[in-house]
Design a protein around this ligand. Structure first.
Ligand code: ADP
Length: 490
């Protein structure tokens, strides 16, 4: 069996349903384009309601056998899938760059990152323990066991075309659930390649089904899952409005939900911080994927006494970032995902400048490179009146806000409906403890900008959603607890 594939062999143009590559029931297709050039990479099946239902039918048929497989059998399949991802890391990395635009080094890095969840949950599959409850009455034995929740629908965004879907499929399969999935319309090819490798790894037909869909077709396709009582769980990463819509629409069948939604991450630099470290941490957290991640700092608060110095240090480093297509080996920032994304970034920067922000670096489109490029930007004198203070910019823009004391910084940081990630830099141990406790966020970086790890619980509070991905907690979202009470034992 060939296990290492060329990029061209990884490009699939059909849906994957019941172990087969199939066209849409209605014959529709749509184009997937390269954001760096606008060129069409592939024309693929555009799934609708009938395809979604066929996927659910297959997942329902496959569920009993997969649920009853031994945990170590499920683990073995996941370990093989992990090995295939690593073996094909270069080709997958190129595919990510091609359809999403991030530099190849980041694309390849994403493959390793996504694969780490598969390995993690392969191991976790064998550690799904229950409890024997200490005896309460004579003649009765009470216990709690964990069971797979059933069919899981996974819906993912474009910014991490591989990692986002891998970290949903892996725990679902580990738990014994079967999956129907839909990747984002901008980046479906990586997800299709991933399920092809899962099939090669021995995931049985019907256990993992994936349909691709354009934006218009996604609505009826996903609605078919939302209204189908056989689908017991929705796991979604994407925008807050769509997350709320999914929660509302699945209320009639009372599905369990995991929602990883938008953020508006604060990044606080106190005057007792190591400023060099803070600049480096900000670069790592802000400019990964060109600023297009939900944990990217969106608002940077800097204490007055170090404000100008920090701004200068940061602007120098940001101006030196290399913006180029993913094919350039030196590229640090690629194109934004689409025209809509660049327009939002330009609107936020223009609005800030019109309200008094000073441009320390960037501040403009890079049209010579292509239509979707925007220069990495640092803006000083940002205020709460600017759009970028309350909306996620999702691009390479750092607005610097000024604050005088700790209380003010915490208040400003928490003044948002969102609560995914928050970061702060300080070398004062008492302050570290105080601030970490008071920040309203699911994830807090303390003197650290790189937080992602398969061993850590990833997820938000407030309107950033609920549920956790990764870590020993990540399987719980895919399990339900059954209480067994056995009598007549006296
Ligand atoms: P983004 O703004 O990052 O594109 P979205 O929340 O719009 O985030 O999209 C995330 C995922 O949700 C994508 O797979 C997209 O196709 C899907 N999606 C968006 N709107 C809907 C909808 N109304 N019904 C079902 N899926 C949707």
């Amino acid at each position: 069996m060939a296990t290492k594939f060329e990029l061209s062999e990884l490009i699939r143009t059909g849906h994957f349903i019941d172990g087969q590559w199939v066209a849409s029931a209605n014959g529709k297709r749509f184009d997937v384009t390269n954001p760096a050039t606008g060129e069409v990479i592939a024309t693929i099946a555009d799934g609708g309601e009938a395809d979604a239902r066929a996927a659910t039918d297959a997942a329902a048929r496959a569920f009993p056998a997969w649920r009853d497989a031994l945990p170590k059998e499920r683990a073995a399949v996941l370990h093989r899938w992990h090995a295939l991802m690593l073996e094909n890391a270069d080709a997958l990395g190129h595919l990510i760059s091609l359809e999403q635009g991030k530099p190849f080094a980041e694309g390849r890095g994403e493959v390793l990152y996504g694969a780490s969840y598969v390995a993690w949950f392969a191991d976790e599959a064998t550690r799904i323990y229950g409890d024997l409850i200490p005896q309460q009455q004579r003649g009765k034995r009470m216990s709690a066991v964990k069971e797979p929740i059933g069919i899981v629908a996974a819906i993912t965004p474009w910014n991490f075309p591989l990692a986002m879907i891998a970290r949903k499929i892996a725990p679902a399969l580990a738990a014994g659930c079967t999956v129907v999935g839909k990747p984002a319309e901008d980046t479906p090819l990586t997800a299709l390649a991933l399920v092809m490798l899962a099939h090669e790894a021995g995931v049985p037909p019907g256990v993992l089904n994936l349909i691709a869909a354009s934006r218009e077709s996604a609505v009826p396709a996903v609605a078919a899952w939302l209204h189908d009582s056989r689908v017991r769980k929705i796991t979604f990463t994407g925008s807050t409005p769509v997350g709320k819509y999914l929660a509302r629409e699945s209320a009639d069948t009372l599905k369990k939900l995991s929602l990883e939604l938008g953020g508006n991450a604060p990044f606080i630099v106190f005057d007792d911080a190591d400023l060099e470290a803070a600049v480096s941490g900000l670069l790592v957290s802000k400019f990964r994927n060109g600023g297009q991640t939900c944990v990217c700092p969106n608002r940077v608060y800097v204490q007055s006494s170090v404000y100008e110095r920090f701004g200068d240090m940061l602007a120098r480093r940001v101006a030196a970032l290399k913006v180029a297509p993913a094919t350039d080996p030196d590229a640090q920032i690629g194109p934004m995902i689409n025209a809509r994304a660049v327009e939002k970034i330009a609107r936020h920067v223009d609005d800030a400048v019109s309200k008094g922000a000073r441009v320390l670096a960037g501040g403009k489109r890079l049209t010579a490179l292509g239509p979707n490029y925007y220069a990495p930007t640092v803006l000083a004198d940002a205020t709460g009146a600017m759009q970028l203070s309350c909306e996620e910019t999702f691009g390479p823009v750092v607005p610097l806000f000024r604050f005088d004391d700790e209380t003010q910084a915490i208040q400003a940081a928490n003044d948002t409906p969102f609560g995914l990630a928050a970061y702060f830099y300080s070398q004062n141990v008492r302050r570290i403890d105080r601030v970490a406790r008071q920040l309203e966020a699911g994830i807090v970086g303390i003197n650290e900008g790189a937080l992602a790890s398969e061993a850590a619980p990833f997820g938000g509070v407030k309107e950033s959603g609920y549920g956790r991905e990764g870590s020993k907690y990540g399987l719980d979202d895919y399990l339900s607890i059954k209480y067994l009470c056995q009598g007549g034992l006296e």
